[in-house]
Ligand binder design. Structure first.
Ligand SMILES: Nc1ncnc2c1ncn2[C@@H]1O[C@H](COP(=O)(O)OP(=O)(O)OP(=O)(O)O)[C@@H](O)[C@H]1O
Ligand SMILES: [Mg+2]
Length: 456
C-alpha cells in the first residue's frame, strides 16, 4: 500500500460499471483506489485502507451515502467525502452539506470538475495536517502560555508586548538563547485579534536550506525533485494569523530576498506556480544574535532587517533580572509537578539561594532544565540542594593552562568559543552533554558550531 494517505481514494457505488470505470480513471490520475459495492462493505474497508477521500454514490440499496457519512463522521481520521448524485436530489444534497460532505457532484460525472474537486479536497487536507504539525511542535516546546516576571525589566517588556499586540506590525524579538523569545511571540499572538487564527512558527535553523523556501512559500507538485505533491507554505498556513520566523539570522540570504518581497506586497507564490496567493499574515521574527552584527556580517539583509524591525522587543537575560527567579521557579515547578506527577511540593530556600548566586548562561530554559532534572530525581516532598546536579553552578570545566586559558583581553565572543571548545573536549565531543553543561539548547550549540566553522 502506498505510504501517502493523500493518494488513496475509496469508490463506493452499487453500479459495477460506474464503480470500476471511475476507479480506473482515478488510477490513471495516479491515485490508489479501492472499491466497495455498498455502504457496509465501505465501512469494513475504510479502517485498513484509510483513504483520504471517499467518492460515494448517494443512492444505494443497503445504506445510502448519507447514512455512510453519518456513520463515519466521528471516526478518526475522517476521510473527506465527495457525494455523487443523480439529477433532482437537491434536498439530499443540502443535508449532506450539513453533515460536512465536502462536495457534491452530479451524475453523469463531469471529469474536469471531479479533477478540480479532488485537488481542492486534498489541498485542504494538507493544510489541516500542516497546522496540526505546527501546533504540536509548539506544545512539545513546553510553552506555558504566559510570560512570568515581575522585575522592572520584564514589566517593561510585557507593557510593550501588550501595546503592540493589537496591531499587525512586524516585531523583531531579540535576546539570548532561552530568554523566552518564542513565548513572547506566542503572547503577542494570543493578545491580538488574530488569536483565533493559527500561530505558526518556523525555525530557520532547523530546516535545511534546500527545503526552506518550500517550507515558507509552499510548492506545486513537481516543482523540484522530490516534490511529490503540492504543499502549502507557512504563509498560507498562517493566513489570518501570525507567523514567527525563528532564528531569522540563519535564513539563507537568497531566501531573505524572496521573503522581503512577500512582506512588501502580501502575496506569495508557491515554488513552481504562476499564481500569486494573497495572504494576511502578521510576521514576527526572533534571533539570539545582535541583529546589527548579523547585518554587518552579511548574514541578515539590511532591507529585511528594517522591514522586520518595526517594533523591537529585547528580552533581557535572566542574570539581569534575578528578581524573577522566585516567580519563574514557582511557575516552572508547578508545570513540572504536573508533568511528572510527583509528590514533591516545594522548593527549599537553600536551592533558591543557590539559584540567585548563579549566572544562568542558558537563561530561563536552563532554569527549567535544572528544575526538571531535580524534580525527576527528588524522592521527598521538598526539592533540596541534593536533588540538583552535583556540578550545578560549577559547570565550567577546568581549563588547562597555556594559550587556551580564559584571560582578560579576550572578547566575550572569543571566550564563548573557547568555553564551548573546552566543554566539548571535556565531554569527549558529546554535544548533548556539552549543551547541558553550558546551559544552552543542543540547537543553539549546533548553531554556534556552524557559525565558528564559517569563520576562520
Ligand atoms: N518569562 C517567562 N515565563 C515563563 N516561562 C518562560 C519565560 N521565559 C521563558 N520561559 C520558558 O523557558 C523556555 C525557553 O523559552 P523560549 O523557547 O521562548 O526561549 P527562546 O528565547 O526562544 O530560546 P532560543 O533562543 O533557544 O530559541 C520555555 O520552556 C519557556 O516556556
Ligand atoms: Mg526560540
Amino acid at each position: 500500500m502506498n505510504g501517502n494517505r493523500d493518494a488513496r481514494i475509496l469508490v463506493v457505488d452499487d453500479e459495477v460499471h460506474e464503480r470500476e470505470g471511475l476507479s480506473m480513471l482515478l488510477r490513471g490520475w495516479g491515485y490508489e483506489t479501492e472499491t466497495a459495492s455498498q455502504g457496509r462493505e465501505a465501512l469494513e474497508k475504510i479502517p485498513s485502507f484509510n483513504p483520504a477521500v471517499v467518492i460515494c454514490d448517494l443512492r444505494m440499496p443497503d445504506m445510502n451515502g448519507l447514512e455512510l457519512l453519518r456513520e463515519l463522521r466521528h471516526s478518526h481520521p475522517t476521510p473527506t467525502f465527495i457525494m455523487l448524485s443523480g439529477q433532482g436530489t437537491i434536498g439530499e444534497a443540502v443535508e449532506a452539506t450539513k453533515l460536512g460532505a465536502y462536495n457534491f457532484l452530479e451524475k453523469p460525472l463531469d471529469v474536469k470538475k471531479l479533477q478540480v474537486e479532488l485537488r481542492n479536497c486534498l489541498e485542504r487536507r494538507v493544510n489541516e495536517r500542516e497546522l496540526e504539525i505546527a501546533q504540536r511542535r509548539l506544545r512539545q516546546a513546553g510553552i506555558l502560555g504566559r510570560l512570568v516576571g515581575g522585575s522592572r525589566k520584564m514589566q517593561e517588556v510585557m507593557l510593550l508586548i501588550s501595546q503592540v499586540a493589537p496591531s499587525s506590525a512586524s516585531v523583531l524579538i531579540t535576546g539570548e538563547s532561552g530568554t523566552g523569545k518564542e513565548l513572547a511571540a506566542r503572547t503577542l499572538h494570543d493578545l491580538s485579534p488574530r488569536k483565533m487564527n493559527p500561530f505558526v512558527a518556523v525555525n530557520c535553523a532547523a530546516i535545511p536550506e534546500t527545503l526552506m523556501e518550500s517550507e515558507i512559500f509552499g510548492h506545486e507538485k513537481g516543482a523540484f525533485t522530490g516534490a511529490m505533491d503540492r504543499r502549502a507554505g507557512c504563509f498560507e498556513l498562517a493566513d489570518g494569523g501570525t507567523l514567527l520566523l525563528d532564528e531569522i539570522g540563519e535564513m539563507h540570504i537568497g531566501t531573505q530576498a524572496k521573503l522581503l518581497r512577500v512582506l512588501e506586497d502580501s502575496k506569495v507564490r508557491r515554488l513552481g506556480s504562476k499564481v500569486e496567493i494573497i495572504t494576511d499574515v502578521r510576521v514576527l521574527a526572533a534571533t539570539n544574535k545582535v541583529p546589527e552584527d548579523a547585518v554587518a556580517k552579511g548574514q541578515l539583509r539590511s532591507d529585511l532587517y528594517f522591514r522586520l524591525n518595526v517594533v523591537h522587543i529585547s528580552i533581557p537575560p535572566l542574570r539581569e533580572r534575578l528578581e524573577d527567579l522566585e516567580d519563574l521557579t514557582a511557575t516552572l515547578f508547578e508545570d513540572l509537578q504536573h508533568k511528572y506527577q510527583k509528590s514533591v511540593r516545594a522548593v527549599d530556600s537553600e536551592v533558591l539561594e543557590l539559584f540567585r548566586r548563579y549566572t544562568w548562561p542558558g537563561n530561563v530554559r536552563e532554569l527549567r532544565n535544572t528544575l526538571e532534572r531535580a524534580v525527576v530525581v527528588c524522592s521527598g516532598e521538598v526539592l533540596r540542594k541534593a536533588d540538583l546536579a552535583p556540578d550545578f553552578g560549577r559547570t565550567t570545566p577546568a581549563v588547562p593552562e597555556g594559550d587556551r586559558t580564559l584571560r582578560a583581553g579576550l572578547t566575550v565572543g572569543e571566550a564563548e568559543r573557547l568555553l564551548i571548545r573546552e566543554t566539548l573536549a571535556f565531554t569527549s565531543n558529546n554535544k548533548t552533554r556539552a549543551a547541558e553543561m553550558l546551559g544552552i539548547s543542543l540547537k543553539t550549540l549546533h548553531n554556534k558550531l556552524k557559525e565558528y566553522e564559517a569563520q576562520p
